[in-house]
Design a protein around this ligand. Structure first.
Ligand code: PLP
Length: 232
């Protein structure tokens, strides 16, 4: 089932890219494996997937054991508390969810202890839905500036979630807003800040995200099927 789902997904990515004159090679697929068991992650790896996204520290830590870390890259995509950073700082490939300078400072400190520079994205709150996650759009440039001062952290772009809706068109405004913000940060020419990536688009709205400039899409359900339980 995973192989078939992936094949269909790749076809949809290709189609979305050709609609807007992009190359499918520009789009990094991140398989969101929350609630998905290690053996099903292995199945996805056998189909060529190497990037996996998780949003709970404990679940990620448990799952990592037994999986070959040299051939896969973990993305942390959920809300991250400063006191949990230490559990992932030695290995996590990209943290998508940095929304305040305090968290950035802790990530930089822990990365430094591990002898690494941690790549991160700034999570922006682009909908009018009430959530505590994501920096507000008008504070994004300021946060990029603050994060640029941490020596063991490197800002590589922006991330957002579209609104909770079955209608993918409702996400378009959010995604367009994020692409605008990326250009706004670029114009500031902040040292040590690289606006390379836009992480946006999930199973129901990734095609719209691709049309609006996504370079990373985070796909769970369309690869692994519907999630039944909350966490593993
Ligand atoms: C769960 C999750 C996804 C994937 O959602 P699907 O609808 O299953 O594709 C993407 N991004 C984040 C931040 C998530 O928590």
């Amino acid at each position: 089932m995973i192989a078939e789902n992936l094949q269909q997904l790749h076809e949809r990515i290709e189609k979305a890219c050709s609609r807007c004159g992009r190359n499918a090679g520009e789009i990094q697929l991140i398989a969101v494996s929350k609630t998905v068991s290690a053996d099903r992650i292995c199945q996805a790896m056998e189909c060529g997937i190497s990037d996996f996204g998780e949003n709970y520290i404990q679940e990620l830590s448990r799952k990592r054991i037994g999986l070959d870390d040299t051939s896969l890259r973990w993305h942390f995509i959920g809300h991250l508390q400063s006191n949990k950073v230490k559990y992932i700082s030695e290995y996590v490939h990209l943290i998508h969810s940095v929304d305040n300078a305090g968290l950035g400072g802790e990530i930089s400190k822990r990365a430094g202890s591990a002898g690494r520079v941690q790549d991160v994205l700034i999570e922006v709150h682009t909908t009018d839905e009430p959530t505590k996650e994501g920096v507000s759009p008008d504070k994004t440039v300021e946060l990029a500036r603050q994060l640029s001062r941490f020596t063991n952290l490197r800002v590589c772009g922006l991330m957002t979630m579209g609104p909770f809706s079955d209608n993918p068109e409702r996400s378009r405004v959010s995604f367009r807003h994020l692409a605008d913000l990326k250009r706004a940060v670029e114009r500031e020419r902040i040292e040590n800040v690289f606006m390379r990536h836009l992480s946006m688009g999930m199973s129901h709205d990734f095609e719209v995200a691709i049309e609006e400039g996504a370079t990373m899409i985070r796909i769970g359900t369309a690869i692994f099927g519907k999630r039944l339980n909350q966490t593993l």
